[in-house]
Design a binder for this molecule. Structure first.
Ligand code: SF4
Length: 375
């Protein structure tokens, strides 16, 4: 009996992409996550991992190319595309990509490099052939998977057009990684990160402040800084832990085996992390709504002082000012401390603090509820 994957079911897109890929064409190579056990991750729970047949991924690319042939013929290699795109999902993706400039492509879901390297190369090659204007192709990947791919295969992927790999390191602490069931060690992450760089690709590495909880936030900062120092990623992206009710980690909180760190500990952790980055030239990016400071960013080592002084400024504030900033931030009014000087935003934040009766004593509960809206 043929499997569900024997027949092409049309263009597919997965549920998430990094914020930096908002303008990219999303090409789904695999579905969901082959690991799917991380206690802090809500994304693919309850969904089985599968590889899409190569022919189906290539058909998705052809469907987008066919739409371009009809509506934006100068954007596609005319020798290649053929036939109309009768697939509304492909048409929508093609239209969005066209109006966003058609510069970048992102491969989905959590671990597209789990397919044989020859398939990855075939996908990259077709993208490059059909859309000569592409400037950047990127993908998510698991460290464990990357560590298993040979240097030659990674170099071939680079040559075929893979420019950047996003890896969720999250933590460099083996204790934290084990508790969270991340399925990888710090040593494996170092191997994977160095392999990506050795192949000439950019590495975008994610760090999750808060993952150590109240007990291990210092270790999370120091071990993750050490991991980054050993790898020197092109980008270090901050994404602070949040714990919605449906997370496996929420059960740990309920049972008392994990104590969530608050914004003050997270600020101290990020400060400690930044202070301990050394000998690297990474660009730190805080491009996520879950982060307490969205404007803390810059390139090491030159921008370190500006980044740390913002956090020190927050930690030096009076408790009621910290409450005001935290509520304003979680309400989307502030991106950084400088926004507090804007009268209208400050007034609105003060009104929220008054209306909801937020105090230094109950602000953790209030902000926890507010960030759940973002997940
Ligand atoms: S490997 Fe990534 S996508 Fe998979 S469960 Fe862990 S964090 Fe989520």
């Amino acid at each position: 009996m043929p499997s569900a994957d024997t027949f092409y079911r049309g263009f597919e897109q997965g549920p998430i992409r990094p914020p930096s890929e908002a303008r990219s064409l999303l090409i789904r190579v695999t579905r969901n996550c082959p690991w799917n056990r991380c206690r802090f991750c809500p994304v693919y729970k309850g969904a089985d991992f599968s590889r899409r047949p190569l022919a189906h991924v290539l058909a998705d690319i052809e469907a987008v190319a066919a739409w371009m042939e009809t509506y934006a013929p100068t954007a596609v290699c005319r020798e290649a595309a053929s036939g109309p795109a009768a697939d509304p999902a492909a048409e929508m993706a093609a239209w969005n990509w066209y109006r966003n400039g058609m510069k970048s492509v992102f491969l989905q879901d959590a671990n597209p490099l789990a397919v044989p390297p020859a398939e990855t190369i075939a996908i990259l090659s077709l993208l490059k052939a059909r859309f000569p204007g592409i400037e950047r192709i990127t993908t998510y990947a698991r460290s464990k998977t990357v560590a298993r791919i040979s240097d030659d295969d990674l170099a071939a992927m680079r040559a075929a057009g893979l420019d950047r790999v996003h890896i969720g390191f999250e933590s460099g602490s083996d204790e934290v990684l084990a508790f969270m069931d991340k399925g990888v060690t710090k040593a494996e992450q170092i191997v994977a990160g160095r392999k990506i760089k050795r192949a000439g690709m950019e590495l975008s590495a994610y760090y999750m402040p808060g993952l150590g909880g109240k007990r291990s936030w210092r270790e999370n900062a120091l071990e993750t800084a050490d991991l980054m120092n050993q790898v020197d990623p092109d980008f270090i992206r901050l994404r602070t832990l949040a714990i919605p009710d449906h997370l496996v980690l929420a059960e740990d909180v309920a049972q008392g085996t994990f104590e969530k760190a608050g914004d003050l500990e997270n600020a101290q952790e990020i400060l400690l992390f930044l202070e301990n980055l050394s000998g690297i030239t990474s660009t730190v990016v805080s491009d996520h709504i879950l982060n307490l400071f969205e404007d803390v960013g810059g390139t090491l080592p030159g921008d370190r002082d500006a980044m740390t002084s913002e956090i020190r400024g927050f930690l030096a504030m009076e408790p009621r000012e910290q409450v005001l900033y935290r509520i304003g931030r979680r309400a989307g009014l502030f991106r950084g401390l400088s926004d507090m000087a804007e009268e209208k935003r400050r007034d609105r934040a003060e009104r929220l603090v008054r209306e909801f009766g937020v105090t230094p004593e109950n602000v953790d509960d209030a902000t926890d509820e507010m960030v759940k809206r973002f997940i």
